[in-house]
Design a binder for this molecule. Structure first.
Ligand SMILES: [Zn+2]
Length: 437
């Protein structure tokens, strides 16, 4: 294998336009010259290093595969080249090319001399080849007549597609490498917020989001602070020693003396330790981020605009104009329009008991009658209607009565039947017992 790669790199070199070849050789000579001339270095040792590059076969393939490496200039460095003598054999059959901006399959193959009709034969039955991306590697082999025989497209670290000529047609074979999945227990005490502590604890950004989503219906992870504790079990896939992806199986956070759990059940959804399903619960706030309350729910408030005592039927969150607003639960839009005082507003009926309202919006993204899902973006916050500054006025109505959104009992799902709960408990048990501090 190493031998083949050496040959490849030599071939790539012989394939470069003349001026590039001259350039590479001169860079190599300059590099060499510096090694000799630098008085501060032991040039004999340096020289041995350089020669090692050529004698140690193991070190060459990796260089051959990474043309961006600083060694690339040194690589096609053969004594014959320095002398200016022509040396490379021309019977090259194997080629390799890394996709760059502007490359297409035809432009790449054609510049290496593959006939357009051959390329058409390949692309006709394999349309995916039009989706080449920068940085992917193409390698191909020609037969004795110089026609295309096989093409290999390294789509990603895990996926390779090979097109081989059979009976005048190129057929595609996909090769997908599976990594190793294993469970990982991550535990730690926060030194700051969750996102700031994540790296120290050993969590990736994606894993932090998974934890935030899993807990979102019962706890806002933005509130985690120094001294709070977290323990989580992730199933991680590692490929060539690197973590490629991971799945959260369970998490427990301890904040302000309280514990919050999110455990993945067999159906893929997260429940707390008592088996409550978050998907039917409400989001605590109609935004992804937490915002400051600028005016609380108050049945007898002095209105700052009208100077009259009037109930403030919701809570005001100060937020920049254009903040995405989310439906706090599944439901149906029953109003979405402009009104004098409310400005652009939306009303969602969630069930026979619960209704929510969102006011002063900049824009409305839903229509009356439309069904919405919990967490769905319904509009952008604004400063329309009777409003003294950019904010969201948010209301929750239960059985026709406005309630304090910060204190309201939000809908949770009905508890599981006793047999369902037994199944759930058995399923989560291996993860749950690991979630200890
Ligand atoms: Zn308000």
């Amino acid at each position: 294998m190493p031998i083949k790669l050496i040959q490849n790199s030599a071939n790539v070199f012989s394939n470069l336009p003349g001026i590039h070849r001259v350039l590479l050789v001169s860079i190599s000579i300059i590099t060499f010259g510096i090694a000799f001339l630098n008085p501060n270095q032991d040039s004999s040792i340096h020289l041995i290093d350089r020669f090692d590059l050529f004698s140690a076969e193991e070190s060459i393939p990796s260089m051959a595969l990474s043309p961006d490496s600083e060694f690339y200039d040194v690589l096609p460095f053969y004594p014959e080249e320095i002398e200016g003598e022509s040396v490379q054999p021309t019977d090259q059959t194997k080629f390799e090319h890394i996709i760059q901006s502007g490359d297409t399959l035809s432009s790449v193959l054609n510049q290496y001399g593959v006939d357009i009709s051959e390329i058409a034969k390949l692309t006709k039955s394999n349309k995916d080849l039009a989706k080449l991306q920068i940085g992917q590697t193409l390698s191909w082999e020609l037969n004795e007549e110089g026609d295309l025989n096989t093409l290999t497209w390294a789509v990603s670290k895990r996926e390779t597609r090979t097109y081989a000529l059979e009976d005048g047609k190129f057929t595609e074979v996909k090769d997908i490498i599976q990594g190793e999945w294993s469970d990982h227990l991550i535990t730690g005490e926060l030194t700051a917020s969750l996102s700031e502590s994540a790296k120290l604890i050993g969590l990736s950004k994606k894993e932090v989001s998974a934890i935030t989503r899993a807990l979102s219906w019962q706890f806002n992870t933005n509130k985690l602070k120094k001294g709070d504790k977290i323990v989580a079990v992730f199933s991680r896939e590692s490929l060539n020693g690197k973590i490629e992806q991971s799945q959260l199986l369970g998490v427990r956070v301890q904040s302000g003396g309280k514990d919050y759990y999110a455990l993945k059940a067999e159906n893929g959804k997260f429940y707390n330790e008592e088996g409550y399903a978050p998907s039917q619960g409400f989001l605590r706030t109609p935004t992804n981020k937490a915002f400051k309350v600028s005016s609380h729910f108050n049945p007898r408030r002095l209105n700052p605009v009208t100077k009259r005592i009037a109930p403030h039927n919701g809570v005001d969150y100060a937020m920049p104009i254009g903040t995405p607003l989310l439906a706090v639960g599944d439901g149906t839009v029953i109003a979405a329009k402009r009104d004098g005082a409310a400005g652009n507003y939306i009303t969602i009926k969630h069930n026979s008991q619960y209704t929510t309202r969102y006011m002063h919006l900049k824009s409305i993204h839903v229509k009356p009658g439309e069904k919405v899902k919990r967490g769905q973006k319904i509009g952008l916050s604004g400063n329309t209607g009777r409003s003294t500054g950019p904010h969201l006025h948010y209301e929750i109505w239960i059985n026709g009565k406005a309630v304090n959104p910060l204190k309201a009992n939000l809908p949770r799902t009905e508890s599981m039947s006793s047999s369902e709960k037994k199944e759930f408990e058995a399923y989560i048990e291996p993860v749950l017992k690991q979630l200890t501090f």
